[in-house]
Write a protein that binds this ligand. Structure first.
Ligand SMILES: [Cu+2]
Length: 172
């Protein structure tokens, strides 16, 4: 009887520690941080050290004299405007990263890409399901019904549950 209780306690601990490791929330990244989306910013410096996952979003803030164009890898390299996959000039563009792989963005105003308005973001397939329910201005939303509530376990709850599991083991 005692050993089965201990086993249960161990199982609880294992489960909780696994869940605590899972990254729980999708992140919004403000492109360029305080600088926003503009000329004269090195966006490769901005992306370095950041890990982008499916479900995260990029937030572009800029005056409407700029645009946010998602482009192909070759158009990104050559700063070719006019073939954009998606484009927006609303001044506030949120792009949901829905697919793994590298996404390329440039400004569609001639000369701006060459002046630094180019952003390449490598997106990794995350283990958490995409929980983006905000409207995206550049991508059509194909929202699948998914239960993401079980993944948003906060670290605090994980800690509390761990202590309860430990307590169970001590009592048994
Ligand atoms: Cu521009």
């Amino acid at each position: 009887m005692v050993s089965s209780s201990v086993g249960l306690g161990m199982a609880c601990l294992l489960l909780v520690s696994c869940m605590a490791v899972v990254p729980s929330l999708a992140k919004d990244y403000t492109v360029g941080d305080a600088s926003g989306w503009t000329t004269g910013v090195d966006y490769s410096t901005w992306t370095s050290g950041k890990t982008f996952k499916v479900g995260d979003s990029l937030v572009f803030n800029y005056p409407s004299s700029h645009t946010v164009d998602e482009v192909s890898s070759s158009d990104y390299s050559t700063c070719t405007v006019g073939n954009a996959i998606t484009t927006d000039n609303s001044g506030a563009t949120t792009v949901a990263l829905k697919k793994a792989g590298t996404h390329y963005f440039i400004c569609g105003v001639v000369g701006h890409c060459a002046n630094g308005m180019k952003l390449a973001v490598k997106v990794e397939s995350g283990s958490a399901p995409p929980s983006n329910d905000k409207p995206s201005t550049t991508t059509t939303s194909t929202t699948k019904p998914s239960d993401s509530s079980s993944w948003s376990l906060s670290p605090l709850i994980a800690v509390v549950t761990t202590w309860v599991a430990l307590l169970l083991m001590v009592i048994s």
